[in-house]
Ligand binder design. Structure first.
Ligand code: F6P
Length: 322
C-alpha cells in the first residue's frame, strides 16, 4: 500500500486530533503517503483532499475538535454521491482509508467497501461511547470530565438554594455518559433511554427524600431519554409541587476542550493500530480496545450490535441515594 487517506466524520470528539496525528505519523514511519480528506464524506465527494506530512500534525495532540473538520453527509447516503466519492478516491490514488467517527461513519465505510472494494479501518470517535467493539470511544472520557465539572458547579448553587437540578447530558440514543457522570457527579437518580422504568424509580426516590429530609438533589438525564430533562422536570414538578426545580442542558460544551490524558492515549493507540492493520491488508472493520487489548470488529457487527450499559451502576446509585 503506497497511499492512504484519513478523515473524521459525524460529531467531533476530543482526541480526534491526537488520532489524526498518530495515523499520519505511523503511515510516514511505514513509508506510506498520507492525505487528509476534509469534512468527512463531504470532502470525498467534493475532492477536498490535502497532503499531510509529519509537520502538518505537530502541536495538535492537545487540541479539541478536528483539524480535518467534520460533517454528517446526506449526499454520501445516495449512490450518486458515493460514485463521485469513489471517482475522487481513484483520481487521488488512495488505496486505503482510516475513518474516525461513529455509527454513521462505519455504516458509510461498510457500504463503500461493498460497492467499490476500497478498504477502510474505522476508529471509534464519538463522545457517546455507544459503539460495539470497544470499551471506550475517543472523546468519551473528556466529555465525562467536562460534564462532571459542570455538575460540581451546579451542586454549589443547588445546595445554596435547596433546589433540585435536572442536568441533561449528551447521548443521542444511549445513556453511557449519563450513567458514568451520574456516578462521578454524585447524582441521586439517572434517567437513560435504555431503561423504561426509571421514571417510576425517580418518583420513588423523591418520595423517600421527603422522609430523609434531603435539601437538594442532582438528577442526570440523558439527551436520548424521552423528552429529555425538560419533560422529566415537568413530570417531577407535577408529582411534587413543593420542589424548587431547575433544568440545565449541558449541550455541545461536552464536545469541546482539550482531550484528557486517557483520550490522548486511547486515540494514539487506536490510530497506530488502524494504520498497521490497513497496511497488513485489513478492511471493512474497526479497531477498538477491549480489556486494554486491541480488537478488530467488522463494520457490520459494530453497527448491528449494541454495547450493553454497565448495569451495576444502577445498583450502586440506588444504594448510595439513601
Ligand atoms: O454523536 C455525538 C452527539 O454529540 C450526540 O450526543 C448528540 O445527540 C449529537 O451528536 C448532536 O449532533 P449535532 O452536533 O449534529 O447537533
Amino acid at each position: 500500500m503506497q497511499k492512504i487517506a484519513v478523515f473524521t466524520s459525524g460529531g467531533d470528539a476530543p482526541g480526534m486530533n491526537a488520532c489524526i496525528r498518530a495515523v499520519v505519523r505511523t503511515a510516514i514511519y511505514h513509508e506510506v503517503e498520507v492525505v487528509g480528506i476534509m469534512r468527512g464524506y463531504e470532502g470525498m465527494i467534493n475532492n477536498d483532499i490535502i497532503t499531510l506530512n509529519s509537520l502538518s500534525v505537530a502541536n495538535i495532540i492537545q487540541r479539541g475538535g478536528t483539524i480535518l473538520k467534520s460533517s454528517r453527509s446526506e449526499e454520501f447516503r445516495t449512490q450518486e454521491g458515493r460514485v463521485k466519492a469513489f471517482n475522487n478516491i481513484q483520481k487521488n490514488g488512495i488505496e486505503g482509508i482510516v475513518c474516525i467517527g461513529g455509527n454513521g461513519t462505519y455504516t458509510g465505510a461498510g457500504i463503500f467497501y461493498e460497492e467499490f472494494g476500497i478498504p477502510s479501518i474505522g476508529v471509534p470517535g464519538t463522545i457517546d461511547n455507544d459503539l460495539f467493539g470497544t470499551d471506550n470511544t475517543i472523546g468519551y472520557d473528556t466529555a465525562l470530565n467536562t460534564a462532571m465539572e459542570a455538575i460540581d458547579k451546579i451542586r454549589d448553587t443547588a445546595d445554596s438554594h435547596n433546589r433540585v437540578f435536572l442536568v441533561e447530558v449528551m447521548g443521542r440514543d444511549s445513556g453511557f455518559i449519563a450513567l458514568a457522570v451520574g456516578v462521578a457527579g454524585g447524582a441521586e437518580a439517572i434517567l437513560v433511554p435504555e431503561d423504561q422504568t426509571d421514571e417510576a424509580k425517580l418518583f420513588d426516590i423523591f418520595t423517600q427524600n421527603k422522609v430523609r429530609k434531603k435539601s437538594f438533589s442532582i438528577v442526570v438525564v440523558a439527551e436520548g431519554e424521552h423528552g429529555g430533562a425538560m419533560e422529566a422536570a415537568a413530570k417531577l414538578k407535577a408529582k411534587f409541587p413543593e420542589l424548587d426545580i431547575r433544568t440545565t442542558i449541558l449541550g455541545h460544551i461536552q464536545r469541546g476542550g482539550s482531550p484528557s490524558a486517557r483520550d490522548r492515549i486511547l486515540s494514539t493507540r487506536l490510530g497506530v493500530s488502524a494504520v498497521e492493520r490497513l497496511i497488513a491488508g485489513g478492511k471493512n472493520e474497526c479497531v477498538g480496545l477491549i480489556n486494554n487489548k486491541v480488537h478488530f470488529t467488522s463494520f457490520k457487527d459494530a453497527v448491528e450490535y449494541r454495547k450493553p450499559l454497565p448495569n451495576y451502576i444502577y445498583d450502586m446509585i440506588e444504594k448510595l441515594s439513601v
